[in-house]
Design a protein around this ligand. Structure first.
Ligand code: NCD
Length: 302
């Protein structure tokens, strides 16, 4: 599959072969980053020389925006960044996303965008003559987070994803990360276990509520916070708070070989003492995200 010049809007665009090719590239990117950190040989980090990336964020972000920007900078490109587009861009003056896309296409080579509305990134992309990458469109999808989560699984299980039991725990209704990761994992023979509070189930899937009863069978435990900004009121979200907490006691029930993941931010679903558990991979995921995004950017820009 050739991603050169393509928009990256949803997980469904990827087949297994292109995922594996991306991961091989990500491995190389990890070495480039390691070299940069050691201030050693800098072979190939001029590939985006003369190119400009625009990041358009209409929703808060720490990891996704900074890792896309760091990825582009590390490969020699330059970045213009809109971290607060809802209030600071002309969208505030009712300019359409389509026109915003038309405009940015005159200025930069690539766009990364996040927005609270499902389909919004597609709308901007419809006005663009340059590639657009979806960095999260409301509760719909977050394909690059799904990619880095899958990469984390692939690395930790040395490429052997078939046969794993993958647990997804938390607000599965609103988590775009879970939606994208589930899509990617369909290319492998995995067994899913969905654990969610009543009313926050994964669309179209059988879910269970009792985490303690099923955690012991999971090889991969992907968790996420209650996505409170997607609820009609703060009170509605609060009802579900504290339902699943990964602390020492809960982790004692998990397999010794399991990995615990979370796209972050965590709020109260993982206690900080668990950070020292070797099964905790959520900060490793962040580093993997840098490498995966470097690889994806390189593929998209050819
Ligand atoms: C996720 C998101 O924005 O969907 N964060 C991220 O990109 N790492 C998860 C979340 O906000 O809970």
């Amino acid at each position: 599959m050739d991603f050169k010049g393509q928009h990256i809007l949803s997980a469904e665009q990827f087949d297994k072969e292109s995922l594996l090719a991306l991961f091989e590239e990500a491995r190389k990117m990890e070495e480039i980053v390691a070299g940069q950190r050691r201030e050693e040989a800098r072979g190939f980090e001029k590939i985006f020389d003369g190119k400009v990336l625009a990041t358009l964020f209409f929703e808060p972000s720490t990891r996704t925006r900074f890792s896309f920007e760091a990825a582009f900078l590390r490969l020699g490109g330059k970045v213009v960044s809109g971290a607060d587009m809802m209030t600071t861009s002309s969208v505030k003056k009712r300019e359409t996303l389509y026109d915003t896309g038309k405009t940015l296409s005159q200025l930069v080579e690539l766009i990364v965008m996040r927005h609270p509305e499902p389909g919004s990134v597609d709308e901007l992309a419809s006005g663009c003559s340059i590639p657009v990458i979806n960095a999260g469109d409301g509760p719909h999808q977050h394909p690059t987070q799904g990619l880095l989560d899958l990469y984390t699984i692939w690395k930790n299980f040395e490429g052997k994803i078939d046969g794993l039991k993958v647990g997804m725990v938390g607000d599965l209704k609103h988590s775009r990360v879970m939606h994208s990761l589930r899509e990617f994992l369909k290319h492998w023979d995995v067994e899913f276990v969905f654990v969610a509070p009543k009313g926050l189930e994964m669309p179209g899937e059988e879910c269970v509520e009792d985490l303690g009863a099923v955690i012991g069978g999971m090889d991969v435990i992907q968790t996420t916070r209650i996505q409170e900004e997607r609820f009609s009121s703060k009170e509605e979200a609060e009802k579900h708070r504290g339902k699943y907490v990964f602390d020492g006691e809960m982790m004692a029930k998990a397999k010794a070989t399991a990995i615990l993941m979370n796209p972050l931010p965590r709020v109260d679903e993982i206690t900080t003492d668990v950070d020292y558990d070797p099964r905790a991979k959520y900060f490793e995921q962040v580093g993997n995200g840098l490498a995966v995004r470097m690889a994806l950017l390189a593929m998209v820009l050819g």
